[in-house]
Design a protein around this ligand. Structure first.
Ligand code: BTN
Length: 145
């Protein structure tokens, strides 16, 4: 009788832990990143392709920020509940393009998080300026409830 409680505790951990670790991370929905930028990802189709929109909080230009389209694809999810993905934002208010690549994780609290890296390519007038045309960074997105 004395040994029943620890046994039940271990049993319940053994049952719950694998369920938590395999919870699926889904790209579809609204996300916010560490800069305060928002994006909406629409349905992911059977090929893993998706469309969406991106509202950046910041810009490298002096232009007025406008919502911009994004298109991307995620890796096949049947094997992996934490899929890798990539998407491109074609900025509607500047001549630049940003590509993001990352992975959709479920963290230890069960919250979905997108860990990404990005490359922002700006337009330059002269080939001699190519060296300064690309920025790189990381971004962490969390789901907007
Ligand atoms: C531009 O300034 O030409 C377009 C906007 C770029 C915004 C960048 S993309 C990477 C980083 N993450 C964001 O959410 N916004 C900035």
């Amino acid at each position: 009788m004395v040994h029943t409680t620890p046994f039940l505790l271990v049993l319940s951990l053994a049952v719950v832990a694998p369920v938590l670790s395999t919870r699926k991370c889904t790209l579809t929905g609204r996300w916010i990143n560490d800069l305060g930028s928002n994006m909406t990802i629409m349905a992911v189709n059977e090929k893993g392709e998706f469309l969406g929109s991106y509202h950046t909080a910041v810009t490298a230009t002096g232009n007025e920020i406008k919502v911009s389209p994004l298109q991307g694809s995620q890796h096949r999810t049947d094997k992996n509940s934490q899929a890798t993905f990539g998407f491109t934002v074609n900025w509607s208010f500047s001549d630049s393009v940003t590509v993001f690549t990352g992975q959709c994780f479920v963290d230890e609290e069960g919250k979905e998080v997108l860990k990404t890296m990005w490359l922002l390519r700006s337009n330059v007038d002269r080939i001699e300026d190519d060296w300064k045309a690309t920025m790189v960074g990381t971004s962490i997105f969390t789901r907007i409830k």
